[in-house]
Ligand binder design. Sequence first.
Ligand code: OGA
Ligand code: ZN
Ligand code: ZN
Length: 417
Amino acid sequence: MWVQRLLGRSLGELRLGRQISARIVNESNIEVQPASGDKPLTFPGVWLRDNCQCDDCFHGSSKSRKLDWDRFDTRIRPVDLQADELAQEVVVRWSDAHESRFPLKWLRDRSFEERRQAEYLRDFYRPPTRHWSGAEFQEIARHFSYDEVMAKDSVLMHWLQALAVHGVALLRGAPLDEGVVRRLAERVGFIRRTTYGEEFVVQAKPGAQNFAYLSLPLPLHTDLPYYEYKPSVNILHCVVQTESPGGSNMLVDGFHIADILRRDHPEDFDRLCRVLVDWNDIGSEDGREFHNIWRAPVICLDSAGRYTRVNHSVPQRDSHFNVPLEEVLPWYESYARFVRLAIADSHAFKTQPGDVLTFNNIRLLHGRAGYDDSEESPRYIVGAYLDWDIIYSRLRVLKKKLHSDSDADADSELGSQ
Ligand code: OGA
Ligand code: ZN
Ligand code: ZN
């Protein structure tokens, strides 16, 4: 039986022509029908009470729950319902004598329907990744103008969305000064500091402390696999590109390689997901000595079996390998297969001065062809890192802002990515 207690009913019906219905089901849930004919939405009572929005239970300016959880009773029951049609709210009286009001829009936005939850996770939490092969690179790689990213929020949003979905995007037309990577990182949020500082210069250096600071070929790798908390996105600004034939970058979608292994070589896949590898980096920078180690598999999965990151570096894999003896050779075989598949799928291109290559460091493998370093033909790349927490947060703020400005174009484009 639908309970319909309509406060201000005549006004509500006249103005809104909508009739909210709500009822208690199974003693603990509340079923709300926003308007006659609409599909009813079911909300667990315990969740509603936990999320009461009144001033006693919720702190408005910090948007934080302040309900006293020391005394929270999971057996709480709704005992009475009212539909306030004028305010478009459902009013609930609880077995602890508390009263809560829930706006219909707030309820709809938090519906427990599977379809709506999937939409929220896809469009707002984190967009799903699209994996690509090297042959598809031209098709998936998005280009943006550096000036537009800096000036227009909608372009900034599309760049970050492309990075999240494809793991790579190229900005063009940046000025040739050393401040570009910082300005770009600060346009998003703030730069990630590592052992190598905030901005770092990739250039052939005498007595190099890092393998990348040589003009030798730099095989496919992820940066800083020896950190537990790895920097998420690389920003590589090409200030000067070598005129020698080398110096191009290679990129591979590590998630795509993992897909191939999972499908065609499941034993190798399982081993690379399971065996902890010691990644390391030893040295000193600006007079500070460091000795970094992090043990992690090559392919890391979350509890649902989705990829969270890949780790790969020939120079920065430790000679300590703390696994049972019998795991060693099989692991080498599986890893060699992963590396061979990655090399075969790699896409190479040479950035030009003013290009800013941005990519997901915990998903893509990247490398650089060797080059001749000479005074007549130098190469000068400035790099920095950003973290996904900072990027996703910025992306959500932009989506909320641009959606509320009813930017229909951005809206539909993002939805279809
Ligand atoms: C690095 C790196 C790429 C390049 O420094 O780790 O990948 O283009 N550099 O020099
Ligand atoms: Zn309350
Ligand atoms: Zn690198």
